[in-house]
Design a protein around this ligand. Structure first.
Ligand code: ATP
Ligand code: MG
Length: 444
């Protein structure tokens, strides 16, 4: 692998693979992306498909989206397409709209060290603005991983590789372009991207790219909570969430994102909290692979349940009623978590409902089960209860009762409520569980 000096790109010769020697076919590129590529070309601009689109097509996967790189400036792109909007301040981009489909067009980024500081700014080594335009060779070096820096040139359908990305794609390697530590410092989110691509593609992280992951996690504290929210969704809704979770913990990155959860897991390394999160993520992965919808609220409910549950237990031991304890614990945990990851209300409100409904499952007398059934969040909360039972944290008898209750006829339901003895059982027996470590027992 060639070593790259990010300030002298003029001499690098790319590997060019002509059309007959590769299998990336236009038939697999979306019509809208092709339209944009051809149109830019017609206007005598360079136009390349780049990034995940090229990478995934070469691997035989279906790309999530198609990104285009060009030498046209964002303003020039806007002049070519009527259905175009310019977005972003940190990275100025053109979005070409086709109904709900958006094709992202980025101008080649350069690395002119003498450029106007308004266009490229670093703070503590971190890029806070990057709007200097350059050549395709410079653009390639500014990308994150070699496998993400491959270009498909619409002019002659060739593949263009400045950084050894084709070899890494073949070898199954995630490798940062340039000096790994410097590249992570420029943008710490690249650490999360390394983990995501390794899991999603089943690739290994090349040792020099991997090493800083163990130590640079604290840099994530500088990333805006809104951006981290987007990244966390991508991480856990990639279809490989369980593997992502295990890798993030391995590199001590998970605790940078969800510190309360990490603390709980670290205390009970093999107990039900770990089983619960792992099973929850595994369920999400299976749903995604079966192309079923997944609810982000449920995902965050799973990720943050253990700190909420432990805090609620503490509050209950201090005399609070179970529902009040859950509500107060939810508020405390959410407030702390929001400082790191900005979970929008449309997810955090249903998440809190899922938690708040958990104690209500225990009341199986009189009209209460009927009322619970009609709650708009019943289904998600019931799925959550089943997961808790599977992990050994809630009574499986309770989850089974609710499974039967939903399927039962009116008279069977009546019998279940009055005849099962459930009504008389005021408090469920506490689930069997290892004693909590002393540190967790402090009431405060
Ligand atoms: P996917 O869309 O499957 O998540 P992707 O590689 O297309 O993967 P995007 O976030 O869509 O990822 O970004 C498109 C391309 O932009 C990347 O392939 C990479 O070349 C470049 N890129 C994205 N984020 C960064 C970053 N933080 N640093 C450098 N380059 C980046
Ligand atoms: Mg993409």
């Amino acid at each position: 692998m060639q070593a790259f000096d990010s300030h002298s790109t003029g001499t690098i010769q790319p590997v060019i693979v002509p059309r007959p020697q590769h299998h990336l076919s236009r038939a697999n590129i979306s019509d809208n992306a092709l339209k944009v590529l051809y149109r830019l070309r017609q206007e005598n601009f360079q136009a390349h498909l780049v990034g995940g689109g090229v990478r995934d097509l070469l691997l035989g996967h279906e790309p999530k989206d198609f990104d285009i790189a060009t030498d046209a400036t964002p303003e020039q792109v806007r002049q070519v397409f009527r259905n175009c909007r310019l977005i972003g301040r940190r990275f100025r981009l053109a979005h070409v709209h086709f109904g709900a489909d958006i094709v992202e067009v980025a101008t080649f980024r350069g690395c002119d060290v003498d450029a106007d500081p308004l266009d490229r700014r670093l703070e503590n080594g971190r890029i806070v603005r990057d709007n200097i335009y350059g050549t395709i060779a410079e653009d390639a070096l500014r990308r994150d991983f070699t496998i993400n820096a491959l270009y498909y040139d619409i002019a002659d359908f060739s593949l263009v590789d400045y950084v050894g990305g084709l070899a890494d794609l073949q070898a199954g390697v995630v490798r940062l372009i340039g000096d790994p530590e410097q590249r992570y410092r420029e943008d710490p989110v690249r650490m999360l991207r390394a983990v995501r691509f390794a899991c999603k593609l089943g690739f290994m992280i090349e040792p020099a790219t991997e090493r800083p992951l163990f130590s640079l996690g604290p840099l994530l504290a500088d990333i805006s909570p809104a951006r981290l929210f987007d990244e966390v969704l991508k991480l856990f809704q990639s279809g490989y969430g369980l593997e992502v979770f295990e890798k993030l913990r391995h590199y001590q990155l998970f605790g940078q994102l969800l510190p309360d959860t990490e603390r709980c897991l670290a205390h009970e390394e093999h107990g039900f909290p770990l089983t619960f999160v792992s099973r929850g993520l595994d369920n999400t992965d299976q749903r995604l692979r079966a192309r079923k919808p997944v609810a982000s609220a449920f995902l965050f409910a799973v990720l943050l349940w253990e700190p909420v549950r432990q805090r609620a237990e503490q509050l209950q031991n201090n005399g609070l009623a179970s529902l009040d304890a859950i509500l107060l614990a939810s508020s405390e945990v959410c407030q702390r978590q929001q400082r790191l990851i900005a979970i929008p209300k449309r997810y955090s409100l249903p998440m809190r409902d899922i938690w708040a409904l958990q104690p209500r499952f225990e009341h199986r007398d009189s009209k209460r089960p009927y009322r619970l059934l009609t709650h708009p969040r019943f289904r998600a909360a019931y799925d959550f209860l089943v997961l808790r039972a599977e992990a050994g944290e809630a009574e499986s008898e309770l989850a089974e009762w609710w499974t039967r209750f939903q399927a039962a006829s009116a008279s069977e339901r009546n019998n279940m409520i009055t005849g099962s003895g459930a009504a008389k059982r005021r408090r469920r027996p506490r689930p069997r569980r290892r004693p909590a470590p002393a540190a967790l027992k402090t009431d405060n």
